[in-house]
Ligand binder design. Structure first.
Ligand code: SF4
Length: 220
């Protein structure tokens, strides 16, 4: 990686050490527990929308204990599915999206199409979830920009963007593909536990020497 002022490989290595004591991002934790198909990862990401990882993980596990394939999810019925999703935000809306995804998979012979364009064409599936699921499940090079990734790289001054979608485009241009999936894996816990939304832990931050602290007025 060759971005002036930002030795990104070194920064990611330091961040990877710093986040070791903290829980992994939910979808990476689910992959380690064997829930690693594109379908399962996409469903978990839908559950995670506007929902804390502390909730996403148990809600995903509760659902997967009952059903983890497109066919079994559809067989649950809409209301029982929504009931299983309670705890996450908008369970009814998410049940509809998950059923749409499951129906698409059934129409493709039980497997979801493995492209960004095909996944984001499904109602309720956005770029963040499509990229994260493709990256975590299939190792397809894909950057997933959530609120944490967006905040952190803007604070560094690496990007100056107003939306996660714009951040995604800039990061795709400056980060090598072999690190794309690692961006969310590393920066999501980093943003959640170290470079926090309020009072980031700048005094002990492992990448402080390269961070311009854009917009940071108070810190720990
Ligand atoms: S120095 Fe502060 S604002 Fe910059 S990355 Fe570290 S914690 Fe975040």
């Amino acid at each position: 990686m060759n971005v002036p002022d930002y030795p990104l490989e070194e920064m990611l290595r330091r961040i990877e050490d710093a986040i070791l004591p903290f829980p992994k991002a939910a979808m990476f934790a689910l992959r380690e527990q064997g829930f690693d198909t594109l379908f399962e990862q996409l469903i978990s990401c839908i559950i995670s929308i506007r929902t804390l990882d502390e909730t996403t993980l148990p809600v995903s596990l509760r659902l997967f204990q009952k059903a983890r394939t497109p066919e079994t999810i559809l067989s649950l019925g809409r209301e029982p599915l929504a009931h299983l999703l309670e705890g996450s935000t908008f369970p009814g809306q998410k049940a509809d999206t998950i059923r749409t995804v499951a129906e698409a998979a059934v129409q493709h012979g039980g497997q979801l199409p493995q492209t960004f364009d095909a996944l984001t064409a499904l109602k309720g599936v956005g770029p963040k979830c499509a990229n994260l699921a493709l990256g975590v499940a299939l190792n397809v090079p894909a950057i997933s920009v959530d609120i944490h990734v967006h905040r952190v790289v803007n604070r560094w001054g690496l990007v100056q963007t107003s939306t996660p979608e714009k951040t995604l485009k800039v990061l795709e241009a400056i980060i090598p593909e072999n690190r794309w999936t690692d961006i969310n894996r590393d920066l999501m816990p980093f943003g959640k536990f170290i470079c926090t939304g309020t009072l980031p832990k700048c005094s002990t931050c492992p990448v402080a020497q390269w961070c311009k602290r854009i917009g940071v007025t108070r810190h720990r």
